[in-house]
Ligand binder design. Sequence first.
Ligand code: PEP
Ligand code: MN
Length: 361
Amino acid sequence: MIIDPLHNWFSSNNKTNLITGPCGAESFEQLSKTIEDLNKFKISPSFFRAGVWKPRTRPNSFEGKGEEALKWLAELKQTYNQKIIVEVANAQHAELALKYNIDALWIGARTTGNPFSVQEIADVVKGKNIPILIKNPIHTDLQLWLGAIERFSNNGIKQLAAIHRGFHVYGKTKYRNKPFWNIPIELRTVLPNLPLLCDPSHICGNTELIPQVAQKALDLGFDGLMLESHFNPNIALSDANQQLTPLQLHGLLNNLIIRKVKINLSDKKNTLQELRNLIDEIDEDLLNLLKKRINTISQIATYKKENNIAIFQLERWQEIIRTRAQLADKLGLSRQHVEKICQLLHEESIKHQNNLMNNNN
Ligand code: PEP
Ligand code: MN
């Protein structure tokens, strides 16, 4: 996959690479007031975002102004010399966005999950020199996310980036879309050169959580942020709770700490290197203990088989959970963390006993 580095097409004069603007383009006045307020605080995003077609979960809510809004954005692009990005969800959207010289397109979470729509958009932009930013699909499927990225790459798009906007989970959580950070980290592991942005607005769903999520994203090495902003979020027609005023965005950007992503460890006396060596030793100890544990489990399996005892013993499992939680408290470890480890150990233990007792190897 040929990927153009972010700095070639995403030049930024902010502290971090930034895409900002309202959730939806509501009126010419709303868009220009938002750009002007951003400019007042010297926020000049690499791309000004605004949804012109809004994929709403339920009907009878604001679904965007469509082509009319593209005309507003095309005019603002000239007036403020500001690059514009919009969301496209089908071929017709993409054709219209190209017609109005929109500078970049993003693929929304609901669209990434639909390979037909992704392919038809990829076919419209085939061979064009336009950045395409691809949000993760709604559900935790890395393959679908990768698949969408590949469809654009296969059609010659090199200015590619991924946007992490969290994942839907059933039930109430503190996030609107749970981050599951391990998934974008896995994406980065598979495609290390692909620029990766974070969209804290759609992860959080409210403005209170945004600073901590934005900081975490930067600390995990994300290359930039997409943040929703509106000159007056109180009157926004969509996502009112999560949009920042330009003043709030200014405060947030000023407070973000940009830490070094790449480090020089050539100095052997480097403290970080020493601590990492220590971690390597601890991990080796842990793996040796795991080996000892699995050997003991083999003996348990032999005993259970000879004495016709079932693998899963509820009382023993309850005892393990209870005593390990107590020990976690005593040691000042997170109960949740220890419980997760116990679950994994128990799962592996059952698998191992099942293999030995039923000759499944
Ligand atoms: C948006 O960015 O306004 C949007 C609809 O996002 P998502 O596709 O992440 O829900
Ligand atoms: Mn939104």
